[in-house]
Design a protein around this ligand. Sequence first.
Ligand SMILES: [Zn+2]
Ligand SMILES: [Zn+2]
Length: 117
Amino acid sequence: MKEYARGFYTSAAWKKVSALYMTSRNYVCERCGGSASICHHKRYITPRNINNPSITLNMDNLECLCQDCHNKEHKLKMSLPVFDENGNMTGVKESADIEEFKKNLKLLEGIKNDRSD
Ligand SMILES: [Zn+2]
Ligand SMILES: [Zn+2]
């Protein structure tokens, strides 16, 4: 859990709304039909919207997910180019790590500049 979101996730309002939502879905995963344990926000919670109940407490923004589907949802966010030690792009992988993404993006831009002359 992100530090800024701790207050929200421990609030009585969230506990009530998420329990209500999960109950209304019978704790069945909306993606695979498995047994769900996580109340996911379709529009992700960010430091900007954490105090906006129309996002954080809006049932239209919630999804009842199992652990697996929730992991997938949060992992497959970015396609990263993968380089070998000579700076050749050898493939692509998925990552949710923004720092790694920026690093690879810089590498990619360096290569483009090399080839422009
Ligand atoms: Zn699932
Ligand atoms: Zn989530």
